[in-house]
Design a protein around this ligand. Structure first.
Ligand code: 13P
Length: 257
């Protein structure tokens, strides 16, 4: 395990999978399997349609709910969108912003992501802010340039004292859904650089408190080595969060789930 005092945080991003009924049932199974792990924050992110029903089913805790996406405004004529106050009222406590699929497929920008993170925060939700480079950017030696630009933009609207209450997720795009995980050392290199950047931007205390998740082909058999890295504080899990068994084994981080 990482030696820091930061509380691990493991989130399952269900993306565009599962009906409302399937989501509630998976959430209940995860709650059942994960309730005994009290040293970790566990989060599930169902589709927007299922956020309310899943949050209701999980009201007893300890598993919390995240939205996968939001608009930056509180309300308005934005057909198809959902806003932070609506997400909070539906029972979620977290919101994912800036996922690479949103950036790549739906044109989300660094500034837009920052505005959404701020809006979530202002409504009492914890933003999980995703950053990460493409394969072409990594091959061109641009990984830290890209990730640092994304992190800098995302933290722009936040005071140093607020930074510890955010979560960053480093998800190299080439590792998402490909089965090709970053090695623990590759991930640690970026996590360490991000924490050093946060120290420059918001001070060493904020940097020491901020939790940074890794995402990209996290599985039960690689979570332990990832979590052993000093700057990896958790995981944002896609495919392996879609069954209670594999997700519970990730939450267990090498112990018997
Ligand atoms: P996979 O775990 O399926 O690679 O997805 C990672 C991800 O995008 C989580 O947000």
């Amino acid at each position: 395990m990482a030696t820091s005092t930061r509380r691990p945080v493991i989130a399952g991003n269900w993306k565009m999978h599962l009906t409302v009924a399937e989501s509630v049932s998976l959430a209940a199974e995860i709650q059942n399997r994960c309730a005994r792990f009290r040293d970790v924050d566990v989060i599930v992110a169902p589709t927007a349609l299922a956020v309310y029903a899943v949050a209701k089913r999980l009201a007893d805790g300890p598993v919390a709910v995240a939205a996968q996406h939001c608009h930056g405004a509180d309300s308005g004529a934005f057909t198809g969108e959902i806003s932070p106050p609506l997400i909070a009222a539906a029972g979620a406590r977290y919101g994912i912003v800036g996922h690479s699929e949103r950036r790549q497929l739906f044109g989300e920008t660094d500034a837009g992501v920052a505005g959404k993170a701020r809006a979530l925060f202002d409504h009492g939700l914890t933003p999980i802010i995703c950053v990460g480079e493409s394969l072409a950017e990594r091959d061109a030696g641009q990984t830290l340039v890209v990730v640092e630009r994304q992190v800098k933009a995302a933290l722009e609207p936040f005071a140093a004292t607020e930074v510890p209450r955010l979560i960053l997720a480093y998800e190299p795009i080439w590792a998402i859904g490909t089965g090709r995980t970053a090695t623990p050392a590759q991930a640690q290199d970026v996590h360490g650089a991000v924490r050093a950047l946060v120290a420059r931007l918001a001070g060493p205390e904020a940097a020491a408190a901020l939790r940074i998740q890794y995402g990209g082909s996290v599985k039960p058999d690689n979570i332990r080595a990832l979590m052993e890295q000093p700057d990896i504080d958790g995981a944002l899990v896609g495919g392996a969060s879609l069954t209670a068994d594999s997700f519970a084994r990730i939450v267990a981080r090498g112990e018997e789930p």
